[in-house]
Design a protein around this ligand. Structure first.
Ligand code: MOS
Length: 697
């Protein structure tokens, strides 16, 4: 048995390769390279929630100092179709929601661009708008698919009859407002045109995808577009699809014949780079007296925009989590005059598992079964919806290990009895799950005569540690020392690769890197004595075949979250005092970066539970919270004693590394664990997130 295969081996905790560049400011982000002659663009958001632009008084601002151009739907370059209507910018006079970009001002400095954009007068023909999501909205409809290609409606057995016949029945509705990703680095791009075509430095989660979309929009062969995303300050899904800065900067550069830089002000993010759609989720569980689930229904109501259909797939995890012989899971959506929702960390699972795991806690209380035990009693033998065997299912291990580490055995289940002065305390648990996703990728591996290696793949390191982990995967596959491997990523000039999204980056890129390196190693081993040619040897790999294949197994990551809270009965403030997660996610490739992913996700879950909230101003049709002073992301003082652990999991049905995705599972179920702890503390069920003081009092 090698050390890596031993049941107790700790994974390596290699330090991030780019740590020094990041902390010294050497790392260059999308707006950190200003080409000579670069102009600066500032977009102008629509000031009405629905209507048409009838006039743009561009001449007034063109007279201002330093202003070079004003782009509107009347003079902007015509775009091709890229299959994403949120990118059909400045093509027509229609305003589909407040904040939609209706003009772009280009000037010699960012300050002049912004001042001119603020001064630009625009006339609108305004129509009535509707931005209010309600569970009884008359225009709700059932889409064909929810996100991820999941059918919007699934039924097994006969839910209505089984629910009516169940000795224990739970029927509860949970709501969540919109949430926003708010990465540290707002979306930005620098673009220029030259004899080679279009080059864009973009803050994105996948330069290959942005390259392909820009090529379609500007009707160019793909080789004439280069997109570089070398360093990215977070994205959480909001940079998973191409965004307006890349398109607008390229349009403005074409229009002016100069390089153009466009950095979105944070205040523009909420309306233009997506949000986690608000949901109203009804969960019904019919159970036997011992808590065994007989009937489970999860009905989700959510919103999309009039620009494109986006359906948060929040009922999907209920299809795979628990024994449920009779099941109905549905999604309904209404197209409102709101900004278009989009991907935000664990889209679907984060919202859906809040509702399902809060309902499981309510069921546990109703039947008088410990909530850890209740989940163990409802472990399915095979994936309920598909009947497929699980490739591995470590939920029970996570629950047991977490309970042991957290000290769950000593818990008194009675709510509302732990008082210390004005403060009530309590503990809660919730399960986590995230699907194992993987996409085909290409990569190349090069051996130089001096014994060094270069691995190339258009992966993106959005702060996750991709540079580091891909080097580890390559060194392992090559049987070479880690420091002999250099990794080049973050440019569409490198072999094509999928986005850093769906917790699939490491699996997708790593598989191709592994394949290229294994092939290179075999090539070198075939002729061990022979010196390499001066130009070295390069091997390319493509995992279209193996990574594109449908698995006969149901593949999911699992986890368990435990939380302890203190609720101030005078101020209504909830403080999390302990947060502990245990994960079963295949092989951990780097303990340091993995832990960082887990606690990052848990922290985001804490925000979802207690502080983060984007509310809609019904009169203006806009999100109110448009900066970090009003959209409350947890700060250090909010984040308690936080621990992430994992159980050993050896799953041979994944990829050559044996890994599952870890970027998103940390946020899944965390809010439910905290909400369940709040109930345990004060004995009241709050079913609307976030649990802000005004709601508790
Ligand atoms: Mo993630 S929401 O798939 O970037």
């Amino acid at each position: 048995m090698t050390r890596h295969e031993s049941a107790t081996a700790q994974p390596p905790a290699t330090v991030r390769r780019d740590a020094r560049q990041k902390v010294t400011g050497e790392a260059r982000y999308a707006v950190d390279r200003t080409p000579p002659g670069c102009l600066h663009a500032c977009p102008v958001p629509a000031a009405v929630a629905r209507g048409r632009v009838t006039a743009v008084h561009a001449d007034e601002v063109l007279r201002r100092p330093g202003v070079h151009a004003v782009l509107t739907h009347e003079n902007a370059p015509r775009l091709g179709d890229a299959d994403d209507p949120t990118l059909a910018l400045l093509q027509e006079d229609r305003v589909p929601h407040r904040g939609w970009f209706v003009a772009v001002v280009v000037a010699d400095t960012p300050e002049n661009a912004r001042a001119a954009a603020d001064a630009l007068r625009i006339d609108y023909a305004q129509s009535e708008h509707d931005v209010r999501l309600r569970a009884d909205h008359p225009r709700l409809y059932t889409p064909e698919k929810a996100n991820g290609g999941h059918p919007a409606v699934r039924e097994r057995g006969d839910f209505d009859t089984a629910f009516a016949a169940s000795p224990v029945r739970l029927d509860a509705t949970y709501t969540m407002g919109a949430l926003h990703n708010h990465p540290m680095e707002p979306h930005a791009a620098t673009a220029w045109w030259d004899d080679d075509g279009l080059t864009v430095y973009d803050s994105s989660q996948g330069a290959t995808t942005v390259r392909d979309v820009l090529a379609r929009l500007f009707r160019l062969p793909r080789q004439q577009v280069t997109v570089v995303s070398a360093y990215v300050g977070g994205g959480f899904g909001s940079k998973g699809t191409p965004r307006p800065p890349a398109v607008l900067a390229a349009m403005a550069a074409r229009h002016t014949g100069r390089p153009v830089r466009l950095a979105l002000p944070r205040r523009d993010l909420p309306a233009t780079v997506g949000h986690r759609a608000p949901t109203v989720q009804r969960v019904r569980i019919g159970a036997a007296a011992d808590g065994t689930i007989e009937a489970l229904a999860h009905d989700v109501v959510t919103q999309t925009s009039t620009v494109k259909e986006f359906v948060e797939q929040a009922a999907v995890p209920a299809r795979t989590m628990y024994t449920s012989p009779h099941s109905r899971t549905t999604h309904r959506v209404v197209a409102l005059d709101v900004p278009t929702p989009s991907w935000m960390r664990a889209p679907g699972e984060a919202s859906g598992m809040y509702a399902l795991e809060a309902a499981m806690d309510e069921l546990a209380e109703t039947v008088g079964v410990d909530p850890v035990e209740l989940r163990l009693r409802n472990e399915p033998d095979t994936e309920p919806d598909s009947g497929k065997p699980f490739s591995s299912r470590g939920l029970a291990d996570c629950l047991r290990d977490g309970a042991r580490r957290f000290g769950w055995a000593d818990r008194d289940p009675r709510p509302g009895i732990r008082r210390d002065g004005d403060v009530l305390s309590g503990t809660g648990v919730a399960a986590a799950t995230y699907p194992v996703l993987v996409s085909p990728s290409r990569a190349s591996a090069h051996a130089a005569p001096d014994g060094r290696f270069v691995v190339r793949v258009d992966a993106t390191d959005i702060g996750t540690g991709a540079r580091t982990v891909l080097a580890q995967i390559a060194a392992d596959a090559l049987g070479a020392p880690l420091d002999s491997v250099r990794v080049e990523l973050g440019s569409s000039r490198l072999p094509d690769a999928p986005v850093a999204g769906g917790s699939s980056g490491t699996a997708s890129w790593g598989w191709a890197v592994h394949k290229a390196c294994a092939a290179l190693r075999a090539t070198l081993a075939a002729d061990p004595g022979r010196p390499l040619p001066p130009e070295g040897v390069t091997v390319e790999a493509d995992t279209q075949e193996e990574a594109g294949r449908t698995s006969p197994y149901a593949r999911h990551a699992f986890g368990a979250h435990f939380a302890e809270v203190r609720v101030d009965t005078v101020t209504g403030e909830v403080r999390v005092s302990r947060l502990l997660g245990v994960y079963a996610v295949g092989r951990i490739l780097n303990a340091r970066t993995a832990r960082s992913q887990f606690i990052g996700g848990m922290t985001m879950g804490l925000g979802m539970a207690l502080t983060e909230h984007s509310t809609m101003d019904l009169a203006f049709g806009d999100f109110r919270e448009r900066d970090l002073a009003s959209y409350h992301v947890p700060a250090c003082a909010d984040v308690p004693d936080i621990e992430a652990h994992w159980v050993d999991e050896h799953d041979p049905h994944l990829n050559p590394m044996g890994s599952k995705g870890i970027g998103e599972i940390g946020i899944v179920g965390t809010a439910a664990a905290i909400a369940n702890a709040v109930h345990h503390a004060c004995g009241i069920r709050f079913r609307d997130l976030p649990l802000t003081p005004d709601r508790l009092l």
